[in-house]
Design a protein around this ligand. Structure first.
Ligand code: ADP
Length: 667
């Protein structure tokens, strides 16, 4: 086909996506002088990408298939706004050959490869056959047409266990099973096929040798329509959970220079096999020594910023220039690797509750400034809502430094300096992960997170002296600031208390832990804090986002957010979420600890597991909800009697609705 039909100059770009990637593409497109068009669903009316674009078109209802996956609506949106080109981002329709075709038919430039290239590389089996021909190293395996059980079993036997059964059309780790013995094979194939059929409408399987202690290494490539193809070094994405990447870095700390050149050359060979045009990624699995091709992604990846930071290349700019029909601006020998970059994916999810997605309004969104090697690609702002309809990634935080150690330090500092409230995020988990001694030492494989989960999701440590003092300081500081609006308030004078009181008693608690008591003394001299038999002089100097607390002559910076009786503190010991036990609220420990059995998110009741009147142990299952395609069992928060069940199987319940009542037993 005549490539000038596919790739030519344009002035208006429609971004067929949402969230951080839509925002990120808009930023570069605007810098290149393009007019930008956003599209959105009813759930995203007030979303950040809509606000950033020059124009925006409503696609339809919240469900992706009615909006972001609706090809007709997208083409219509381009027509209505005079858009001449479409950038698909990642996910949604980014690897959908029909969509690329529909764009071409509508006279639009598709910022990406041709439909033909996507089809050739889209199936894992098909692409492996191509790679085999091109001489790219493959994991030993079977990727043939015949799918009967006997053929698959024979293939598995020949390869040798453990093996991996994989959906040929797979993505996102779905339709994939590790099989360790012949006996497990049959059931694994059946369940992988079922999952693949549901997710991709295609249940063809391939079999691969399961590489031991696997590492994930991938190479960024980009080709233009003039036959130039470049590799932009590799990324290592070994820190995964359920085959989904969590932390990515570039370059790979596992490869030496010779191995780096080998894998990059293999990637160029792989992409060259289809004369690839556009940005793409060749993924490999590695045993730490050799690399084996697993698949190609024919789009920009989530983790592309780490490559941008070590090469100084804006990949979206290059994608757009390739789409304009330009030649790539550099030669392979002009691409330089500089320093090290690490990225963390910030999600609205709760790592202590099996990474359950968290939805709701973001009440506080305080991320550090993008200075000192830190970059933040965000898709949300303060006041935005996270809906249950889409992937719950909020932002990516990326740190660059001359060395890996410093990049990790910078990223950790950036995470520690972040405060996101109103929803639960994985930020503390990410901090724990990148500072884990084995991660620092690069002694990891793709199973690392699963094995270390208990350590990585440990509850915050008990607050010490510094934190209790900081908590009192936070309350007092907050009261003083609140009083500033009223110039006549006696709180203006620090230390003023209602007549006769020279002391104030506080109690704080973490979760259901014990109350910790601390007393504030107002004397004629400096105020002091008393914990047990220790008395400490203290002073507070308010600043943005918190205060400096001087305690016994040592000044330290404390970040603090107060939300009613909930205190979020960050001291030099880390993050602490404290509950301030209100001395006037008549709150008792039991009341505060009583958990409602309520829907944590909107969902469907799929099973009721206990009967009304039953006596329940603490932790006994009561009912199961299906929330965002994941099953979640609600359990008795304490031993007691199941007074009532307020729902039945099949009910669709809203977030926060009480589903059952358990009356605590006597003691
Ligand atoms: P998906 O397209 O669903 O993401 P991939 O084929 O890219 O599936 O594999 C996802 C992840 O699974 C990889 O990043 C790697 O960690 C792991 N993996 C894939 N193939 C193998 C293999 N043969 N041996 C060990 N691990 C593998």
């Amino acid at each position: 086909m005549d490539r000038s039909k596919l790739y030519r100059r344009f002035r208006t770009l429609l971004i067929a996506n949402r969230g951080e990637i839509a925002c990120r593409v808009i930023r570069t497109a605007r810098a290149m002088g393009l007019r930008t068009v956003a599209v959105y669903s009813e759930a995203d009316r007030d979303a950040m990408h809509v606000a950033l674009a020059d124009e925006a078109v409503l696609l339809g209802p919240a469900r992706a298939r009615d909006s972001y996956l609706n090809v007709e609506r997208l083409i219509e949106a381009a027509r209505k706004t005079g858009a001449e080109a479409v950038h698909p981002g990642y996910g949604f329709l980014s690897e959908n050959a029909e969509f690329a075709h529909a764009c071409l038919d509508a006279g639009l430039v598709f910022v990406g490869p041709t439909a033909g290239m996507m089809t050739a590389m889209g199936s894992k089996s098909g692409s492996k056959a191509l790679m085999e021909k091109a001489g790219v190293p493959l994991v030993p395996g079977y990727h043939g047409e015949a799918q009967d059980e006997a053929t698959l079993a024979k293939a598995a036997d020949k390869i040798g266990f453990p093996i991996l059964v994989k959906a040929s059309a797979g993505g996102g780790g779905r339709g994939m099973r590790i099989v360790r013995s012949a006996a497990e094979l049959g059931p694994a194939i059946v369940s992988a096929k079922r999952e693949a059929k549901a997710a991709f409408g295609d249940d063809r399987m391939l079999i691969e040798k399961y590489v031991d202690n696997p590492r994930h290494i991938e190479v960024q490539i980009i080709g233009d329509s003039h036959g130039n193809l470049l590799s932009l070094f590799e990324r290592e994405c070994t820190l995964q959970r359920r085959h989904q990447k969590v932390i990515e870095e570039a370059p790979s700390p596992t490869l030496n220079a010779a191995q780096r050149e080998t894998v990059c050359a293999a990637a160029r060979k792989a992409a060259g096999a289809v004369d690839y045009v556009g940005a793409g990624t060749i993924e490999f699995v590695s045993d730490g020594k050799d690399v084996f091709f697993i698949e190609m992604n024919t789009r920009l990846q989530v983790e592309h910023p780490v490559t941008e930071l070590i090469t100084g290349i804006d990949l979206v700019e290059w994608q757009l220039r390739v789409a304009f029909g330009e030649a790539l601006p550099l030669r392979q020998d002009e691409i330089r690797l500089n320093g090290h970059a690490v990225e963390a994916r910030v999600y609205a999810e709760n790592p202590t509750k099996n990474f359950m997605p968290s939805v709701g309004r973001i009440s506080t969104w305080r991320l550090p400034a993008e200075t000192g090697g830190l970059r933040i690609d965000a898709g949300y702002r303060e006041g935005d809502s996270v809906s249950p309809y889409y992937d719950a990634m909020l932002a990516k935080m990326i740190a660059w430094a001359p060395t890996r150690d410093v990049a990790i330090e910078r990223l950790n500092r950036g995470l520690e300096d972040s405060d996101v409230r109103g929803i639960v995020t994985n930020i503390p988990f990410l901090s724990a992960l990148i500072t884990h001694q084995k991660v620092r030492a690069n002694a990891i494989d793709t199973g690392f997170i699963e094995r270390e989960l208990a350590v990585l999701t440990q509850a915050t440590p008990a607050p010490g002296e510094l934190e209790l003092c900081a908590a009192v300081a936070a309350v007092v500081n907050d009261e003083r600031q609140a009083a500033q609006v009223d110039a006549n308030s006696p709180w203006q004078t620090f230390g003023w208390m209602p007549v006769g009181r020279r002391q104030r008693h506080f109690a704080f608690r973490v979760g259901h832990g014990p109350e910790q008591k601390i007393t504030l003394n107002y004397g004629s001299g400096p105020s002091t804090l008393v914990i047990g038999d220790r008395e400490l002089a203290f002073a507070i100097a308010p600043k943005d986002g918190g205060f400096d607390l001087t305690l016994d002559g040592v000044k330290s910076s404390v970040a603090a957010v107060i939300d009613g009786h909930e205190l979020y503190l960050r001291t030099r010991h880390g993050r602490f979420d404290l509950h301030w036990v209100d001395p006037f609220g008549g709150e008792t420990e039991e009341q505060a600890g009583a958990d409602k059995i309520a829907a944590p998110l909107p969902g469907t009741v799929v099973a009721v597991l206990a009967e009304e009147g039953a006596t329940l142990e603490k932790g006994a299952p009561i009912l199961t909800l299906e929330v965002m395609k994941m099953e979640q069992t609600l359990r008795a928060p304490y031993a007691g009697v199941l007074k009532s069940i307020k729902c039945k199987v099949g009910d669709i319940v809203q977030e926060g609705v009480e589903l059952a009542v358990v009356e605590p037993s006597g003691e």
